[in-house]
Design a protein. Structure first.
Length: 317
């Protein structure tokens, strides 16, 4: 994955202190003006015009001149500002646009008549999840490059003061200012809406439709990469419970359909087919920790909780 590749590159990086400037005085504001423009260019994929050595020297001299706290705060604020002004706006505008289109077309959904009004179309769901993955990947690249510029600060001031490294600041900020932020004019977080869209998209596969398995797996990886202050991942705290609840509802729906046929043999044959399909789906898409929980839930719902109902059905051979 991209995140692991960046971490490996980060570990290989070496600090090479630049030559000391001949001047003993340094205006932190002047140095920051250049660094600020450079960081913006990095975030906008326009970093090639900058010399890494020049930027590293600016950051290095700020630390030597006892302006490390100033530099750390400004880098943090610049990362947050870009997330708020660019990344969040992109995601919000696309989600809101697709939901508005869905509401407008709810009364004339040719080909999607079986979908509830709140369920977004497959193509729209894929578009939103793809954008989420894109902005995440772009963000990882930019914060890694920024962390290289301020590497000396991270190895000295940041560690000595037990502060998050700049790369980690990027991950923490993405969770706080993107995933955990409420959608515009809503009490629903962007992360919660993404989970809802993801589950609707995932459930299409349960109903026999083809979906992008790489998009599913990469989105799950993002949720696993976001870690709270208590060490718990966003995946474990927010995503997995919703997946279990959605799966429980799916199993209940299937149970009611099968019981309605009043046939014991049909129920057993169809239940075995559902279990086999789910097992294959678990192996393709989900981490082991979730697979075990879903497997227990599936057998409990489809078999254990309904054993009396199954035995009472007609046995037609």
């Amino acid at each position: 994955m991209l995140s692991s590749t960046l971490k490996q590159q980060k570990l290989k990086s070496k600090i090479r202190p630049p030559r000391k400037s001949g001047s003993n005085t340094l205006d932190p504001n002047e140095s920051w003006k250049l660094l600020e423009v450079a960081i913006k260019d990095i975030q906008n994929k326009n970093a090639s015009k900058w010399s890494f050595e020049q930027l590293y020297r600016l950051a290095y001299n700020l630390v030597l001149s006892k302006n490390a706290q100033y530099l750390y705060n400004h880098v943090h604020d610049e990362i947050v500002k870009y997330l708020e002004d660019n990344v969040r706006k992109q995601l919000e505008s696309l989600i809101i646009k697709k939901e508005e289109q869905q509401n407008m077309n709810a009364s004339d959904m040719r080909g999607d008549d079986d979908l509830p009004d709140h369920v977004i179309r497959k193509s729209d769901a894929a578009e939103i999840l793809n954008l989420f993955n894109k902005v995440w990947d772009d963000h990882l690249i930019s914060v890694w490059l920024i962390s290289q510029v301020v590497m000396y600060m991270d190895r000295t001031f940041t560690k000595e003061n037990r502060l998050p490294l700049v790369y980690d600041v990027g991950l923490i900020s993405f969770q706080k200012y993107i995933v955990m932020h409420n959608l515009e004019a809503s009490n629903v977080t962007i992360g919660a809406k993404l989970i809802e869209i993801f589950l609707n998209y995932f459930n299409l596969n349960r109903n026999g439709e083809l979906i992008d398995k790489f998009l599913i797996k990469s989105t799950i990886t993002i949720f696993e990469s976001l870690v709270g202050v208590d060490g718990e991942t966003y995946y474990s705290r927010y995503f997995e419970p919703e997946l279990l609840l959605s799966s429980h509802r799916y199993y209940e729906q299937k149970i009611n359909e099968l019981l309605g046929h009043q046939s014991g043999s049909l129920y057993i044959n169809k239940a075995v087919q559902i279990i086999n399909d789910e097992e294959s789906r678990f192996q393709i898409y989900l981490p082991n920790q979730t697979t075990e929980k879903l497997r227990d839930l599936m057998y409990k719902d489809l078999v254990v909780a309904n054993i009396k109902n199954i035995l009472s059905l007609q046995n037609d051979g």
